[in-house]
Design a protein around this ligand. Structure first.
Ligand code: 26W
Length: 817
């Protein structure tokens, strides 16, 4: 019996029946996909009662609810996680075993929904898991993209993108809720109409309509009765054909709204850290925000007459600036549709909204051109103008007539709307995602706003859910830990400190490392089958997986591999622990240099992996289509976690935490949450290198000539030369761009903008220290266990508790069942 009381026989019967009704088949003839679908239908049945009960309880208790507004939710597969949280993990495996079906094959049959780009979307998913586990009333609100992040293939070493049709075989977890459809209006013009009691009412006319239809997905809490909702909005035409135009023979115009609806939720923008002012993206943003805001206000009005109570019942958390149009849309709904005076509406809006910043990369900042914005959202534009006008007045009152300062801080300037500024002005809380990141926001990027509203700024260091990233991804390690300290860590990760006494325990070290080795063997097997590459499970598994971006410095990693390869060529007897370098990374489709770096990694792999003279001492593997399910395979098998961004650039990182939890040691810069990992484990249990964020800033403002590094460091010189001398490509021009970008500046960028060469020598030193440490098996085991034991702080449960207490004032609401 699992936590949801059900007999195995009943479950078997349900699965069998569902295969029959869904596919007219029996278990013996059904495919893995079909069995997977049937299993989901059986489980959904079990979840639904708790799901209903959860929402009934929220209504009965009139509970405050947080709405986590995000363009991205990178959920990963549902099945395994839902089973774990329902306490049915063991039961289901037994059920399938007894049915003679390989459970893993069924699990693998689920598409991995990639409704996010990377860290920001995955964070949202971890947060939902924690919210339900902590019994906090919450909705995730986003978009039901028909195509998620592209599927990456590698052809001839190059990234090739293919569409990710995750809905192809149906959507067994999603429940369509037609009764909550909402109309969304785009374009047209605004008419001001005189109200009877004076003043104006603003109405939008001549607009195009789209209906927003919610699909609800269950978010099951661990070991409790809470099932929260991830609500993803899909679009449908309100009027399929406009008869007026149709009768005039204008067929294209007649079907315009239908076309709009079709394209609106078609595809996730695969941009990461690189903002482009695309009309469709703005449409997507307004679409899901307007739908959410309208729905939330309508629900509030069912039970309340006084809008001043709204902030006591509703919190909006804006996941970056992408949903920040919520500030203006809430104002519109309160002022235009509910007749609230501006000042009252503004006070309410500020109390409801809170904004999280996820990046300081200036190229990621969203700024919408006024003409585009006002054409698409004419009424919202007027509201933004009014917000800006009042904000500028406030600035004048505070700083006197200081046009320079006002221009710097204004929400509207240089023909653009700065969404981050609107989010800050319209929120009561602004948070960064790691201590260092928040300090940089306060003292550099958002300094003026920090001076203006110091009380708004706060830090919420990111976290990850141990349910997915240890209990689900690394079941053997989870079991070992539970055997020693009990299972309290599953909902209270700080309890991992209880394994500290075992750091010195030889038996425990042995078992810990045996599990690591078993995970490495499994990964080696996967790599053999996926790529045909033989790798040595006794080599150091050194992994860098994340989006490909210059600031994350995959190039530093490859360049160092090239340096090492050169050394091995000169001295094949070089005494080193064999190492397997594993990469996984998607590059934004239009990011040419990032794509070239992928090609370089693959080319280096081709040469190195096939060079017998180096006796297999290094292998380089690029695994295609990095995604949540691949991360679940890789992270438990890692010895070394590469977190090597240019200091000051990585807001937090969350991969770093997943690796640490699974006993990998970090090679990293003092950046993002690495700083806090360092604080937890101490310098002897981490390999830190490179310039600090401050040093980077000084270098950036001062003189930096990468040629001086080149001239002083022979290893760097040789590695650089290998980029252009034909070592990795017959076409000696192929990697010239990378060479030039590092030494001379290229295509408008400064020479070595991300200080790859400047940090090379210290990186090389850190890597030598890794090699040295690994030779001492016991020492390595101690360090690895210590990392796991100290990872408690990085649970998203801790993060969410902080949000709930310090930003949302959100009490938990246990569900009786
Ligand atoms: C508009 C284009 C665009 C798309 C995505 C701009 C910016 C983004 C995200 C903010 C990028 C992102 O995912 N940031 C990451 O957020 C993680 C969660 O907080 C952090 O751990 C990462 O350091 C940060 O890069």
């Amino acid at each position: 019996m699992g936590q949801i009381g059900i007999e195995k026989e009943t479950l078997k019967m349900m699965i069998r029946e569902n295969v029959k009704t869904l596919y007219r088949k029996n278990l013996e003839t059904a495919s893995a996909e079909e069995i997977y679908q049937a299993a989901v239908f059986s489980l959904r049945d079990l979840i639904t009662d708790k799901w209903i009960k959860t929402h009934d309880t929220y209504s009965e208790k009139n509970a405050k609810i947080v709405y986590y507004l995000s363009m991205e939710f990178l959920m990963g597969r549902f099945l395994g996680n839902a089973l774990i949280n329902m306490g049915m993990n063991t039961v289901i495996k037994e059920v399938f075993a007894e049915l003679g079906i390989d459970y893993n094959t069924v699990e693998e049959a689920e598409p991995d929904p990639g409704l996010g780009n990377g860290g920001l979307g995955r964070l949202a998913a971890c947060f939902l898991d924690s919210l339900s586990t902590l019994e906090l009333p919450a909705y995730g609100c986003g978009i039901r993209y028909h195509y998620g992040i592209f599927e990456q293939k590698v052809e001839n070493g190059y990234q090739v993108e293919a569409p990710d049709n995750w809905l192809e075989d149906g959507d067994p977890w999603g429940i369509r809720r037609n009764e909550y459809a909402v109309e969304i209006k785009f374009g047209g013009h605004v008419r001001a109409m005189l109200k009877e009691n004076g003043g104006y009412r603003f109405v939008q006319e001549g607009y195009q309509s789209v209906m927003a239809i919610p699909y609800d997905y269950p978010v099951v809490g661990y070991g409790n009765n809470t099932v929260n909702t991830l609500r993803l909005w899909d679009a449908r035409a309100k009027n399929r054909i406009d008869l007026k135009y149709f009768n005039e023979g204008n067929y294209q115009k007649a079907a315009e709204e239908e076309t709009l609806a079709k394209t609106l939720t078609d595809v996730l923008y695969p941009a990461d850290e690189h903002y482009q002012g695309k009309e469709l993206r703005l449409r997507q943003q307004f679409f899901f925000i307007s739908a959410t805001v309208q729905r939330v206000v309508a629900r509030f009005k069912e039970n309340h007459g006084d809008f001043n109570l709204l902030p006591e019942k509703v919190a909006f958390q804006l996941n970056d600036t992408h949903p920040s149009i919520a500030v203006a849309e809430l104002m519109r709904v309160l002022v235009d549709e509910n007749d609230l005076p501006w000042d009252q509406a503004w006070e309410i809006t500020q109390k409801v909204c809170a904004y999280t910043n996820h990046t300081i990369m200036s190229e990621a900042l969203e700024k919408w051109p006024l003409d585009l914005f006002s054409r698409l959202l004419p009424r919202i534009y007027q509201i933004v103008e009014e917000i800006n006008r009042r904000f500028c007045l406030e600035l004048t009152e505070k700083y006197g007539n200081n046009p320079e300062k006002i221009r710097r801080l204004a929400i509207i300037a240089d023909g653009q709307i700065r969404m981050a500024y609107m989010a800050i002005v319209g929120s009561h809380s602004v948070n960064g995602v790691a201590a260092l990141h928040t300090e940089i926001l306060k003292n550099q990027e958002l300094k003026d706003f920090y001076k203006l509203y110091p009380e708004k700024f706060n830090n919420k260091t990111n976290g990850i859910t141990q349910r997915r990233w240890l209990l689900h991804a690394n079941p053997q390690l989870a079991e070992l830990i539970t055997e020693k300290i009990g299972d309290g860590w599953i909902t209270d990760l700080a309890q991992l400190e209880k394994i500290l006494p075992y750091v010195e325990d030889e038996e425990f070290q042995k078992r810990f490392m045996e599990i690591k080795r078993a995970n490495k063997v499994a990964l080696a097997k996967y790599i053999k089958s996926a790529k045909g590459i033989d790798i040595n499970p006794d080599s150091i598994f050194d992994i860098q997986v994340k989006r490909l971006h210059e600031y994350k410095r995959q190039l530093l990693n490859v360049l160092h591999i090239i340096g090492l390869y050169n050394k091995l060529k000169m001295n094949p007897g070089l005494d080193m622990v064999p190492r397997t370098y594993i990469f996984g990374a998607k590059a934004a489709a239009g990011y040419r240099r990032a794509k070239l770096i992928i090609k370089l990694i693959n080319s280096v792999g081709d040469v190195v992996n096939n060079d017998e003279s180096i006796c297999g001492k290094i292998k380089v593997v690029f695994l295609e289509n990095y995604r949540v399910s691949l991360a679940e395979r890789l992270i438990p098998a890692a010895d070394v976690s590469e977190q090597i961004s240019t200091a000051g650039k990585e807001a937090s990182g969350t991969g770093n935490m997943k690796f640490m939890l699974n006993g990998a040691l970090t090679v990293g810069t003092m950046d993002g949450a690495n700083v806090e990992i360092f604080d937890e484990v101490g310098e002897e249990n981490i390999f830190i290198f490179g310039m600090s964020a401050e040093e980077v800033q000084e270098k950036y403002n001062g003189e930096y000539d990468p040629w001086s590094v080149y001239n002083m460091n022979q290893e760097v010189r040789m590695a650089m030369t290998a980029l252009i001398d034909g070592t990795f490509s017959n076409d000696t021009c192929l990697f010239r761009e990378l060479y030039d970008a590092l030494l001379n500046g290229f295509g408008g960028s400064k020479a070595d903008e991300y200080f790859v060469l400047e940090d090379y020598a210290d990186y090389q030193r850190a890597q030598m220290a890794v090699d040295y440490a690994y030779r001492d098996k016991e020492r390595w085991a101690r360090m690895a266990i210590y990392n796991t034991a100290k990872s408690g702080k990085f649970s998203s449960d801790r993060t969410i508790k902080e949000y709930a207490k310090e930003i949302w004032s959100l009490p938990s609401v246990p569900i009786e069942f």
